[in-house]
Ligand binder design. Sequence first.
Ligand SMILES: [Zn+2]
Length: 264
Amino acid sequence: MPSSNPEKEVVPEIKKSNKKGKRKRTESNWIDNKRKVLVNSGQEYRSRDGSVRSKKVLGPVCPETCKLKCYEKFDLETRTKIFTDFWKLADHRKQWDYVNKFTSKVSKVRCTTETPSSRQHNVHYFLPLYTDSNSNTPERVRVCQRTFLGTLSITGRIVRTAHTKLSASGTTLPDNRGKQPNIPKINDKTMVHSVCDHVASLQDALARAKNINTNKVTLDKKLTIENMFSMYLDWDQLSNYSNKAQTCREYKHIVNKYMLIERY
Ligand SMILES: [Zn+2]
């Protein structure tokens, strides 16, 4: 690469500052772009602070203790091809798309145990496997996190970034369709009132008097949300409300959002 350091170049006196500034900008854009290409294609590069970042290499596969036995499904040759294909994309967006295509966010909690604040996700990881040599479409085979990250030689941070980009853009890739957690949207006031009034009615007279005009309820600790929901469906006052919770999930969601339950 020929030296084009602007400091060393003879710049004409006329319009000196203007020209020099423009040249410097072009130069630094060019260096940034070149670095970007190197970073995105996994090659060695010199970071802005001058330190050298070594090129990406294929990471290790999981140990034999792995329940998914990734090491049996993906040999070194296959993993090398996946690694090479990934870094050949040489573009952040395409790499995020790849990560989103081969990961699925799965809701960790179930109706019976969750509270809205405790909702969490597991990530399921997959890698492409060409099982049929005549087919151009790979099978999506489940692997553990370690094999996924190691084979692509990426960190968990990139997976999280890819997921953020996916939800920010609002597009959903076919592989993730239907796998996003389905959090009920409750914005019907009548429905909320019907549930809150019902939960309040489950208290004994003393507790009801104590908690009146608050969102607190005092309930027997043996009363589960499923019991409460089935009592709600049989509640003689329910017909007074034009809208009601249809599922235990909706019922529970409202209880968790609007009520503070004390147990005795
Ligand atoms: Zn594994």
